[in-house]
Structure formats: C-alpha cells, structure tokens
Ligand binder design. Structure first.
Ligand SMILES: Nc1nc2c(c(=O)[nH]1)N[C@H]1C(S)=C(S)[C@@H](COP(=O)(O)O)O[C@H]1N2
Ligand SMILES: [Mo]
Length: 328
C-alpha cells in the first residue's frame, strides 16, 4: 500500500543505538547520533507538504491541520529524558535505551482547545500514519492518553528535537511527545487525534504495553525510577589507588531524591551526590572512588520523591551493574 507523499523507508521492527550502550551517554543533552531509534513496523518518510493532522471524535469543531497551521501556533520547548520501555514481548527485560533531549512543538492542549474538546472526553487517542506488520499483526500504531496527561503543559506535538527539525526516522515532520512517560506513548508520524470517553482498543494499548499486576494490568505510561552508570565503562582500565569517580544518570517521571552506589557487588551502598533536574530531564550523580586492585562489580540504585526504588532484577528498571578490572 502507498499513500500520497508517503513511503516506508525500512520495513519491520528496528532498533538502533550506540554500540557502547549507556557508556556512550557522556553529555547532559544527548546528540541525535547517540539517541536510540525504535520502530515496530518500519520508518515512514512523509513529504511535509502532504502531511496533515485530523482531530475528531468528542470535539465540537473537527479540524484538519497542516504543517503551516502548526508552525503558526505558539510553541514551547521542554527538556526531557526519552526512554524506550523495551520489548512489549519481554516487558521485564531491562534494555536501558535512554537519552535526554530538548523537544520543541505545539502543546497538544492548544490543538484540543482549538478543536473544542468536549467535557465528556476522558482519553485522547493518537495514531501513526505508517503501515506494516508487527508480531504477526497489521494494524495502526495507535496509543491513548488519559485526558489529564493529554492536557498537561508538557505534552507536545513536536516539530524539533535539540533545535533541529525531526528527521523521518525520528517521526517527522510531527510527532507526539509525552515527557515523563515511556517512549511507546510518543507516537511518531502522528496523523490523527481522536477524543473519546474510553481507552483505545487496538493491540498497542491492550495486548502490548500493559504490565501484569496482582490486580490485573497496568498501562506502560509513567516512567519508574531508574539509573545507569556511565563511567567507568567495562572497557576502561583503572589503576589501583588512583582516585577516580563513578558517575551516571538517574531519572523517572517523578523527581529522584537519592542515588546509592555499591563498589562491592551490592554488599554495601554509599550515597552519591545528586544534581538537579530541569523540566523532566535526567539527574547526574557521582561518587568519588579510590579503587583497590582486582575485579569489582559496581551497581547504582535510586529512589524517587515518594520512596519508589528499583528492583534488583526481572524488571525494566532493574538495577544496572558494571564489571570493572582494576590493575596494579
Ligand atoms: N508511529 C509510531 N510511533 C512510535 C513507535 C512506532 O513503532 N510507531 N514506537 C514507539 C516506541 S516503542 C518508542 S521507544 C519511541 C521511540 O522514539 P525514537 O525512535 O525517536 O527514539 O517511539 C514510539 N512511537
Ligand atoms: Mo519503545
């Protein structure tokens, strides 16, 4: 199938990211080249002149917006970590696909107000324009947001990332971004917005991206506390008795209040120094370390403002560890 001004440039599920994994994430703002890319059905290339966005459902003024319409609306910038929840087929495997970027675009709330959203709307559905197959299914990449999040000031129809227009692979010309929530919610190549009074019923909101809980399922929405050690990396050669530092990033939808580091495989923990966050960015942490010679397993774990932490294993936000060799 083809549609005017659109073609799939790579078909099927795809993940790209830096070969060194989290150890590549050396800067506060992640450059595009080090920021992971994910797609379920392939990358879509859209001619910006053909792109448009339909807003319908429980609205008083169903609307079609072109790129020039969005460009003429007020825009804002918002800094946020950007994290993939990992495979929906293996939701308890930690993948640590993460970065920190600045998005710029039109607040979704402005577009919903323009379309005169009804008081009866309790969910906002958004769909990507691409087509293809994932896990044997052929259906649109459709996601939903509860209305409170959809109307929050940080949710954007983004046109730019780190001061550059979105590339086709990044979901351009326009994508949704839902800061604080897992990447799966940030619909790329967005083409339609529907206001509804119930959750969307497609595979990407029901079969995939719902975690099992003791009482049922929970949508993969808000990002749980998580942290990674950037340095040292397993490839570094450290010298015994030479002062160094262990540092990394910690993040979550809620602000992180403490990070602890272990240099002995998790037997003992020390509090790290924790930096602030901006908007919903990650926080930097660090701990000075004078290593003894031998093999060390370094770990980090964080806690957020309401006391939620990280499991040691079997979770997408499981504790990160790094094996380090220290020589004489
Ligand atoms: N239309 C569409 N949007 C999508 C996806 C997709 O497959 N199709 N994948 C989602 C997932 S799982 C993630 S993690 C992010 C990845 O965004 P990025 O490639 O810009 O890092 O896009 C999300 N938005
Ligand atoms: Mo993802």
């Amino acid at each position: 199938m083809t549609r005017t001004g659109m073609r799939m440039i790579k078909k099927g599920f795809s993940f790209q990211g830096p070969a060194e994994g989290v150890h590549a994430l050396n800067s506060w703002i992640t450059p595009e080249d080090d920021l992971f890319l994910v797609t379920h059905m392939g990358f879509l290339n859209i001619d910006p002149n053909h792109w448009h966005l339909d807003v319908d459902g429980l609205v008083g003024n169903p609307t079609r917006l072109r790129l020039s319409d969005l460009q003429a609306m007020p825009q804002r910038e918002y800094m946020s970590f950007h994290e993939c929840a990992g495979s929906p087929l293996a939701p308890t495997v930690a993948k640590r696909r993460i970065g920190n970027v600045v998005w710029k675009g039109v607040p979704l709330s402005l577009v919903l107000e323009h379309a005169k959203i009804s008081n009866d709307a309790s969910y906002i559905w958004t769909s990507g324009l691409e087509w293809g197959e994932y896990a044997g299914l052929q259906e649109p990449y459709q996601k939903d947001l509860p209305i409170e999040k959809a109307l929050s000031q940080e949710v954007l129809l983004a046109l730019e990332i780190n001061d550059q227009p979105l590339t086709p692979e990044r979901g351009g010309p326009v994508r949704l971004v839902v800061p604080g929530w897992y990447g799966t919610n940030s619909v790329k190549w967005v083409g339609s917005i529907t206001a509804s009074n119930r959750r969307a019923s497609g595979a990407y909101t029901t079969r995939f991206y719902n975690d099992l809980t003791p009482s049922g399922t929970r949508p993969v929405w808000s990002v749980a506390p998580e942290s990674v050690i950037v340095s040292p990396s397993p490839h570094d050669t450290l010298l015994a008795d030479v002062p160094t530092k262990i540092w990394g990033w910690a993040w979550g939808d809620r602000e992180i209040s403490s990070v602890e580091v272990s240099v002995d495989g998790g037997n003992s923990w020390q509090g790290a120094t924790l930096g602030p966050r901006e908007d919903r960015s990650w926080h930097r942490f660090q701990l000075p370390w004078i290593p003894a010679s031998g093999q060390h397993r370094l770990l980090c774990r964080c806690t957020n403002e309401i006391g939620e932490g990280q499991p040691l294993s079997d979770a997408r936000n499981a504790v990160h560890s790094v094996e380090i060799q220290v020589s004489n």
